[in-house]
Design a protein around this ligand. Structure first.
Ligand code: ACO
Length: 326
């Protein structure tokens, strides 16, 4: 009889650029206030990559920390997946750049672009590789330099985002690990949250940053996010025959404290069982869930054997969840 294989988190790591931009700093050059930003989003500050510091640089620091925590060397990696919507280059992928930096030559390496759900999408792919017996050790990273594509004169978007990266090393395990993953998308709503230029659709040379900027209808996105996350949380519980009180920790995408609180309420979870980093990190897109996970593990709050629910929602729209026993 063949033994069941799970993908289990063997180690986590994260990295934030050293430069911090507070709400008061922002209020110096855009018409906003600390009061508005904190009340509407819960964000108080965000980190911003230094000039020349790229998504791969952030990913490298997060990845090496995760590998060290897992006791895994580069030559042991069978797969590298990087969730990002802000790659260093159009190609090669950030995963290939990272592979070279790590010295992990030969294994499969690719990026996944699912905006803020990029880490959950990447984790899902890696889980399938391990469960299917095609990899024993996988590195999954969420890394972003979102501030590079912000219009700093648009107060409705520039106050929300920050830069950062998080990573996990997954290893094949016969006991437990990722129990289920659930992915969704709705491309018909793309114009509510997007960056509407690109290689094939064309850039806008006359516009600042050649037209590269995040555009968002925030209040509409908010409603869709709450609804989609409610539904994926229900789907996850149902798929695993669980009651909402069985979850030990909610590790949500960090876009807005009010969205996080809505999901916690749905799960009847007190906020002290929810990992919140949005106040200090802002929305780091694909970086947000693994950053929160790493912080929760390193602070000792999340313990081995506990049941964790990870979820995210982002541009596309994309959304998803992962239920795992740590
Ligand atoms: N400072 C001060 N006032 C502001 C600011 C600001 N930074 N931004 C907007 N306002 C004003 C607006 O102009 C508006 O003014 P008006 O009433 O005079 O027209 C007022 O504040 C209210 O604006 P809303 O957009 O309705 O505010 P809302 O309460 O919806 O909060 C926010 C906006 C924070 C963006 C919220 O809608 C949100 O968090 N949305 C979801 C974001 C998200 O989850 N994104 C998904 C992931 S991102 C990714 O995938 C890349």
């Amino acid at each position: 009889m063949t033994q069941q294989v799970f993908a289990r988190i063997a180690g986590t790591g994260s990295y934030l650029p050293s430069k911090v931009l507070t709400n008061d700093d922002l209020a110096r050059f855009v018409d906003t206030s600390d009061e508005w930003i904190s009340a509407r989003t819960g964000i108080r500050q965000r980190h911003v990559a230094a000039e020349g510091e790229t998504t791969c640089d952030l990913a490298y620091h997060a990845a090496t920390r995760a590998m060290e925590a897992a006791g895994v060397t580069a030559d042991e990696l069978d797969l590298i997946v990087v969730g990002t919507t802000t790659p260093d280059l159009i190609f090669p992928s950030t995963a290939c750049l990272l592979q070279a930096r790590l010295g992990a030559s030969g294994c499969g390496a690719f990026d996944v672009n699912a905006a803020c759900s990029g880490f959950i999408y990447g984790l899902t792919v890696a889980d399938k590789f391990i469960r299917g017996g095609n990899a024993r050790t996988a590195l999954v990273v969420g890394s972003e330099t979102l501030t590079r594509m912000l219009d700093w004169s648009d107060r409705s978007t520039c106050v929300l985002f920050g830069d950062g990266a998080g990573a996990v090393v997954l290893k094949a395990d016969h006991e437990t690990g990722i129990l289920s993953t659930h992915l969704h998308a709705d491309g018909a709503k793309k114009e509510l949250l997007w960056n509407p230029v690109g290689v094939s659709a064309g850039f806008k040379p006359g516009e600042p940053n050649a037209g590269v900027r995040v555009l968002m209808t925030g209040n509409e996105v908010f409603k869709h996010a709450v609804k989609a996350l409610d539904s994926v949380v229900e789907e996850t519980l149902e798929a695993n025959g669980l009651d909402r009180h069985d979850i030990d920790w909610l590790i949500p995408h960090q876009a807005n404290l009010r969205i996080i609180e809505a999901t916690a309420k749905r799960l009847d979870m007190p906020m002290d069982r929810v990992i919140v980093t949005v106040d200090r990190h802002g929305n780091t897109s694909s970086g947000s869930v693994p950053l929160a996970l790493d912080e929760a593990i390193r602070s000792g709050r999340v313990q081995r054997g506990q049941l964790l629910l990870l979820e995210a929602f982002g541009g596309g729209f994309t959304w998803g969840s992962a239920l795992l026993r740590y």
